[in-house]
Design a protein. Structure first.
Length: 218
């Protein structure tokens, strides 16, 4: 049985997938949604290790999905266990080559804004509108769940051997585009697929996203 390992982005938790996973289950696939540690001075490597635990539990027929910041996480995890990952899927994912951090990829204005907001250890959560969530009910729901995110995960570089580049990759790019996620994916040689919806498309448009994930099973 195929298992989707769904990795949430910065400031989020496994709850980010709760509108999507029932749709995947209806199609007969299994899902795992690891929680990335947001407390303390943790870095990218900690989050990669947490995803590796889920990969070990998932078997050898895995589609590894990373949203936003987790694009960096899932690529490094896949690089370490290419024997388990059949495909990598990025959803508006930050991604680059060996030695690249999120701050290396981000526009200067983004980096400046984040550094100005941090307390030196954590980055406070931005408002829901930053993720394209504007419906009043969804805004309240999301604002109550967002948590500060460890700064070091944005500054720590990825460590890749090149094994991940031999795994097929797909990048789902949200429209309208906020950051150059599609360009990041194209530079990695990933197939790019657009979806109409904001950055948090898994919350606002779970059905179209589910259909695109189903396509990755083909």
């Amino acid at each position: 049985m195929t298992t989707f390992v769904l990795v949430h982005g910065a400031w989020h938790g496994p709850w980010a997938w709760e509108r999507l996973t029932p749709l995947l289950h209806q199609a007969g696939v299994r899902t795992l949604t690891p929680a990335l540690t947001l407390d303390g001075d943790v870095g990218l490597d900690t989050h990669v290790d947490e995803v590796l635990v889920s990969l070990a539990a998932a078997g050898d027929d895995v589609i590894l999905v990373g949203h936003s910041y987790a694009g960096l996480v899932v690529r490094q995890a896949a690089d370490q266990r290419p024997d388990l990952v059949k495909q990598v899927v990025l959803i508006d994912g930050w991604a680059g080559g060996d030695g690249t951090s999120l701050f290396d990829l981000a526009p200067e204005a983004f980096v400046t804004t984040v550094r100005a907001a941090t307390d030196g250890l954590h980055i406070p959560a931005p408002p829901p509108a930053s993720f394209g969530v504007t419906d009043p009910d969804d805004t309240r729901w999301l604002a109550a769940r967002l948590r500060p995110h460890p700064l070091r995960t944005f500054t720590e570089p990825t460590r890749l051997s090149g094994a991940v580049d031999r795994i097929p990759g797909t990048a789902i790019s949200c429209r309208p585009q906020t950051y150059p996620f599609e360009r990041f994916a194209e530079e990695l040689g990933y197939r790019t697929v657009p979806v109409d919806g904001p950055h948090n498309v898994m919350l606002t448009h779970p059905r179209p996203l589910a259909r695109l994930l189903f396509d990755s099973l083909q």
